[in-house]
Design a binder for this molecule. Structure first.
Ligand code: GLU
Length: 412
């Protein structure tokens, strides 16, 4: 089964549970448009390398396409289609006036020089430019892309269109029209979702322990926001492996150590070295996968010792694991809800760009938390009402938001 086919399972369940017009599901099931591009890049050694890139525009039912661009060696059309589908769902759950989409380039960016990376980034924008823009499709950062890459993209797009176009892309630096609170937004939202599920399960934050897999933008900010709220982090991991300390980590210190240690947390003083698998199987109150897709599968779902899972990454749990976790009574706060903080603050950034009027960080955080708590309540209540998982609950909320505009617009 492809990733895209797997991703659609909870939507199919949700659609049946609420007796939705099957045409709605059929429309949402396929991207409206997909684009594959080839990008020739002059490498530093004088050779030319041709890279492959994609953009999947999944839905514009609720608004323009919205979703990040990832740079990774495993990017494929199947993956961007799936991630775009999740963006459609995520935006609808968060209550944003956006559709969904995703893009990516097949590349390991750590193997490129800064100049090569910039030329590749600009080349990708040249290829997708006719189909994107502040009212059509608004990209953002994702795995291995950051504010610098957004800056090159925004500059390239502004040049092509001969106008300053900050609203074309989100996740920009503050000096370029970015929003305060955007960099930390996904992690912050993950912690809001964590606090909400702990509340529903009657666990006090001070009694909770966390295991976080991944220490990139999302993982590290999840850890820092957790510490801010007094949550104890006992296990962390990154590409170099895991670290464990029952007394808890100060994520700021771990980050500082990683910066000095070639970007990895391996060897953090005072911590026990553990494997990535052991991080996933840590006896913690909450497990937070914050890396890539398909980390919790039929192979390890039985070994998970956490009382609950909050998905910071997109698609970390596969369909088989979902069934096992449901049977074991381990609640999963799904990605399309838990990591919606990023796109929510992307929305705030876009609004600020359109108005050319900027908000304080406090305002951003307050509005984000309010929207996240509301979205969480909607999903939790839908799951309770239909006696189903929060993942299916999330699709009930999303499909319910999409169904009426689909009908009123005459699409179904
Ligand atoms: N890439 C992020 C996600 O998967 C953010 C998308 C956005 O801000 O548009 O949610």
């Amino acid at each position: 089964m492809s990733l895209f086919e797997m991703a659609k399972i909870p939507m199919e369940t949700a659609s049946k549970l609420i007796n939705l017009d099957p045409n709605a599901e059929a429309v949402i099931s396929q991207p409206e448009r997909t684009l594959e591009v080839s990008i020739p890049v002059k490498m530093d050694d004088g050779t030319v390398k041709v890279f492959t890139g994609y953009r999947s525009q999944n839905s514009t039912v609720l608004g323009p396409v919205k979703g990040g661009i990832r740079f990774h060696q495993n990017v494929s059309m199947d993956e961007v289609k799936t991630l775009g589908f999740w963006m459609t769902t995520k935006s609808a759950i968060a209550g944003l006036p956006y559709g969904g989409g995703k893009g990516g380039i097949v590349v390991d960016p750590s193997k490129l020089s800064k100049g090569e990376l910039e030329r590749l980034t600009r080349g990708y924008v040249d290829r997708i430019a006719p189909l994107v823009g502040e009212k059509k499709d608004i990209p953002a950062p994702d795995v291995n892309t950051n504010a610098q890459i957004m800056a090159w993209m925004m500059d390239e797009f502004s040049k092509i269109n001969c106008e300053y176009s900050p609203g074309f892309i989100t996740g920009k630096a503050i000096s370029m029209g970015g929003s305060l609170g955007r960099t930390s937004a996904t992690g912050r939202g993950v912690i809001t979702a964590t606090l909400e599920i702990l509340k529903r399960k009657g666990i006090k934050p001070e009694d909770a322990t966390l295991a976080i897999q991944g220490f990139g933008n999302v993982g590290s900010w999840t850890a820092k926001c957790a510490a801010e709220k007094g949550l104890k982090i006992i296990a962390l991991s990154d590409i170099s492996g895991g670290i464990f300390d029952p007394n808890g980590f100060d994520p700021y210190k771990v980050e500082e150590y990683a910066k000095k240690n070639g970007g990895v947390i391996k060897g953090y003083p005072g911590a026990k070295a553990i494997s990535n698998e052991e991080v996933l199987e840590t006896e913690a109150t909450v497990l937070i996968p914050a890396a890539l897709e398909l980390q919790i599968t039929a192979k390890n779902a039985d070994k998970i010792k956490a009382k609950m899972i909050v998905e910071a990454a997109n698609g970390p749990t596969d369909a088989d694991a979902d069934k096992i976790l449901e049977k074991r009574g381990i609640p999963v706060v799904p990605d399309v809800l838990a990591n919606g903080g990023g796109v929510t603050v992307s929305y705030f950034e876009w609004v600020q760009n359109l108005y050319r009027y900027f908000w304080s960080e406090e305002e951003v955080i307050e509005r984000q938390e309010k929207m996240m708590v509301k979205a969480f309540g909607n999903v939790y209540d839908a799951a309770e009402k239909y006696h189903t998982t929060m993942r299916v609950g999330a699709y009930i909320v999303a499909l319910s938001a999409l169904a009426e505009p689909l009908k009123l617009r005459g699409i179904i």
